[in-house]
Write a protein that binds this ligand. Structure first.
Ligand SMILES: [Zn+2]
Length: 497
C-alpha cells in the first residue's frame, strides 16, 4: 500500500515534469485527461481489475493501460501517458457512468416549478451519465438533449422516448409514430394501449428504427403482446406475472377500481402470488427468445413494502426540494401518492411480492434475458439518482452479484438503448462516460450515494464514499460541488426566495 502511494505520487510529478499535474476543473473538457491508478469494474460483467490508467482524449476513452507488474511484464513497461489534467484514483474504483433507463425530466411537480438544474446536478452527482427520458415535455426534452450533447449544460446524455398518448384508430397510431420520428424522438414509451393500436404502432416503429419502452400495466395487453409485437423493454413488471395468471384475470374484489390508485397499488402486491410458476417460466422464456428486455424499476415500489423507510430517507434533510416534498405527500390528486390508509397487511403482501419478483428476475437472467435498470424517480418518495442506487441495492437483495448489478446499470442499459457499441464500458474507443468512486461498490453499493458512508478505520469512524468525479462525454464534474449547489437550491427554495 505504501509502495503504491509513493509510486502514484512520483508518477504524478513525472507526468508534468517538475510541477505536479493539474487536477481538472469541474465542467471543463481537456484535450487529454488521465485517470491514474484505478481499480476498474467494467460494464460487461467481468471482475474488478487493476490498477489501470485510463486516458481520455476529448470525449473518448483513448486507452486503458494495465499497471500491475504481471501485465507490465507481459507487455513491456509502458510510460504513464502525459495528460493536460490528472485525477489520482489511487485506492478508488472506476466504473462506466451509470445509465438510468427509466427517468423523467421534471421541471415541475404538481404544477409548481422546480429548477431543472436541481435534477440534472443530482443525476450527475449520483454517477448517472445517461438517462432514457420515458415521458416528459417532449419539446423541452429534445432541447435539453441538444444542450447536453453540445456540452452547454451540466447534464447526462438524454435519449428521448416520448409518451405515445391516446389514439382512436390504427391509422392514427401509425401517423403518430411517424410524427414522433419527425420530431427527433429516439424511441417511444407506450402505456395503457389497446392491442390493435399497439400492433400497428410497433410495426410502424420497427420500420423507422424506433425502440419501444412499454409500461405494461394490468390492461388489455400483457407480456405476450410485447413478445409478439417486438417491444424493446418492458418497464416495471405488472404485464409479466399478469401474463401467467391461470384464469387470465387477477382475483380482484368486486369493489376494485383500477383508476383508484390505492386499489391499484394494494392489489398489485398480490399479483406475483397469483401467477402460475410454470406459466411464468414460459413467459420469461418467450421474452428471452423475442429479445424483450426487462427494466423492473424495483426502487419505485419500495414505499409499498416499507412506508416509513421511504418517507424518512436521510438525504431528504438537505436535498429534498420543497416542491417535490409537497408532491410526495399522500394526496389523491397526485400520481403515486396513494398511501392514505396503507396497512401492515399491505406491506406484508408487498414483501412477498418483492421476493417473488426477485426470483422471477433471477430466473429471467438465468434463461439469458436482458435486465436493465431505471429508477422512475420524482414519484413515490424516490429522489432522482438516489433511486437508481437504491435500485442497485434491491437487485443485490434479489440475489444478483454486485458485478452483475453494475453490468445491469451500465452495459445492459446501453444494450436496451441500442448504444452498446459506444456506451456502458470502460474500453478504448467508447465514449468517455466514467465515474471515480471513493470506495469499493462491490463491497458496498452504498458508497455510490452522494451522502457517502461511515467506516471504521484503525478504531476511528471515517466518513467516506460517494462518487468523486463523474466524467460525461470527456467532461469531468466534481460530484461534491454539484451536491453543494443542490443544497443551496433546496435551502433557497425552503426560505421562499
Ligand atoms: Zn415512469
Amino acid at each position: 500500500m505504501v509502495d503504491r502511494c509513493v509510486c502514484a505520487f512520483a508518477a504524478l510529478f513525472l507526468l508534468a515534469g517538475a510541477a505536479p499535474a493539474q487536477v481538472p476543473a469541474s465542467g471543463r473538457r481537456y484535450g487529454s485527461l488521465l485517470i491514474h491508478n484505478a481499480i476498474v469494474v467494467d460494464g460487461n460483467g467481468t471482475p474488478a481489475s487493476g490498477p489501470k490508467d485510463i486516458l481520455v482524449r476529448n470525449n473518448l476513452i483513448a486507452d486503458v493501460i494495465p499497471l500491475d507488474p504481471v501485465s507490465v511484464g507481459r507487455a513491456g513497461a509502458s510510460a504513464t501517458p502525459r495528460a493536460d489534467a490528472v485525477i489520482d484514483a489511487t485506492g478508488k474504483y472506476v466504473l462506466p457512468g451509470l445509465i438510468d433507463a427509466h427517468a423523467h425530466l421534471q421541471e415541475e411537480r404538481g404544477g409548481k416549478p422546480q429548477p431543472i438544474e436541481y435534477e440534472l446536478n443530482i443525476w450527475l452527482a449520483c454517477g448517472i451519465t445517461t438517462i432514457r427520458d420515458v415521458g416528459s415535455d417532449t419539446k423541452r426534452a429534445l432541447e435539453l438533449r441538444r444542450q447536453s450533447a453540445e456540452g452547454r449544460i451540466a447534464a447526462p446524455r438524454i435519449f428521448v422516448y416520448p409518451m405515445f398518448g391516446r389514439v382512436r384508430t390504427t391509422e392514427e397510431a401509425r401517423a403518430r409514430v411517424r410524427a414522433l420520428k419527425e420530431m427527433g424522438a429516439d424511441g417511444i414509451k407506450i402505456l395503457g394501449i389497446d392491442r390493435d393500436f399497439m400492433q400497428a404502432m410497433e410495426d410502424e416503429a420497427h420500420k423507422l428504427g424506433l425502440r419501444i419502452a412499454h409500461h405494461a400495466g394490468v390492461e388489455e395487453t400483457n407480456a405476450w403482446d410485447d413478445i409478439r409485437f417486438g417491444t424493446t423493454s418492458i418497464e416495471h413488471w405488472y404485464g409479466i406475472p399478469d401474463a401467467a395468471i391461470e384464469s387470465g384475470v387477477q382475483n380482484f374484489p368486486s369493489s376494485y377500481n383500477y383508476n383508484d390508485e390505492t386499489d391499484r397499488f394494494r392489489y398489485a402486491g398480490h399479483l406475483f402470488r397469483e401467477a402460475n410458476p410454470e406459466r411464468l417460466t414460459k413467459v420469461l422464456e418467450a421474452m428471452v427468445q423475442a429479445h424483450v428486455a426487462w427494466d423492473p424499476t424495483m426502487d419505485i415500489y419500495e414505499a409499498s413494502r416499507d412506508l416509513q423507510r421511504a418517507q424518512n430517507q436521510p438525504w431528504f434533510a438537505d436535498y429534498l426540494h420543497p416542491t417535490l416534498e409537497e408532491y410526495f405527500k399522500p394526496n389523491p390528486a397526485n400520481h403515486g401518492s396513494y398511501f392514505i390508509g396503507w396497512t401492515s397487511t399491505d406491506e406484508t403482501f408487498w414483501k412477498e411480492n418483492y421476493r417473488l419478483w426477485g426470483a422471477a428476475l433471477r430466473e429471467f437472467d438465468r434463461l439469458g434475458g436482458l435486465i436493465g435498470m431505471g429508477d422512475d424517480a420524482g414519484f413515490i418518495y424516490q429522489l432522482y439518482g438516489f433511486g437508481l442506487i437504491r435500485g442497485m441495492e434491491l437487485h443485490q437483495e434479489a440475489g444478483f452479484h454486485p458485478i452483475r448489478v453494475i453490468q445491469q446499470a451500465t452495459g445492459n442499459n446501453a444494450r436496451i438503448l441500442g448504444q452498446e457499441d459506444r456506451l456502458g464500458r470502460v474500453r478504448a474507443g467508447f465514449a468517455a462516460d466514467l465515474i471515480v468512486v471513493d470506495g469499493n461498490p462491490l463491497e458496498n453499493l452504498k458508497v455510490l450515494y452522494p451522502t457517502g458512508v461511515d467506516e471504521i478505520r484503525g478504531g476511528k469512524t471515517v466518513h467516506t464514499g460517494g462518487v468523486e468525479w463523474t466524467i460525461k462525454d470527456g467532461i469531468p464534474y466534481h460530484a461534491p460541488a454539484l451536491m453543494a449547489r443542490v443544497k443551496e437550491i433546496v435551502a433557497e427554495a425552503r426560505a421562499g426566495k
